[in-house]
Design a protein around this ligand. Structure first.
Ligand SMILES: [Fe+2]
Ligand SMILES: [Fe+2]
Length: 139
């Protein structure tokens, strides 16, 4: 099922919310590539996701520091997420697009859960602190 951003996923900051939204759009667009079994297109798309993911992690950390939020646990989770992401990327790379529908679904679902769970379980903890600042606060 495609990822859909809703107000329930808002952490109370415009930059973080829009980055979460964009990451979800990117992950959604990967679904078609998974289905098509296009290994080189998938490599490019995963590279793009990784680029924006790293930019997002940095922005999130900067904003958390500016509002005085203890980011240690969130940061650790970012490192774990990146490690998992690399593991998945390398696994897919060795398959060269020759994956079954079942494998494609598994990875796509994994990416969806990976993003959504992190936003709900970790990023959301910042909401009470972020709400004490303007929605457009940029650190
Ligand atoms: Fe985070
Ligand atoms: Fe985030």
């Amino acid at each position: 099922m495609a990822l859909a951003w809703s107000n329930k996923l808002s952490v109370g900051n415009a930059i973080i919310d829009s980055e979460h939204r964009n990451l979800m759009v990117m992950v959604n667009s990967i679904e078609a590539t998974f289905k098509a079994g296009d290994g080189s297109a998938l490599s490019q798309e995963l590279e793009q996701v990784e680029y924006w993911l790293c930019a997002h992690f940095q922005n999130e950390e900067r904003i958390a520091a500016a509002v005085g939020f203890d980011f240690a646990s969130n940061k650790l989770e970012h490192q774990n997420l990146l490690r998992e992401f690399h593991r998945m990327r390398d696994e897919l790379h060795t398959l060269h697009g020759a994956w079954s529908d079942k494998v494609a679904k598994k990875y796509y679902q994994y990416l969806c859960d990976w993003i959504t769970n992190h936003v709900i379980e970790e990023d959301m903890l910042m909401k009470p602190v972020l709400k004490a600042h303007e929605y457009n606060f940029c650190g």
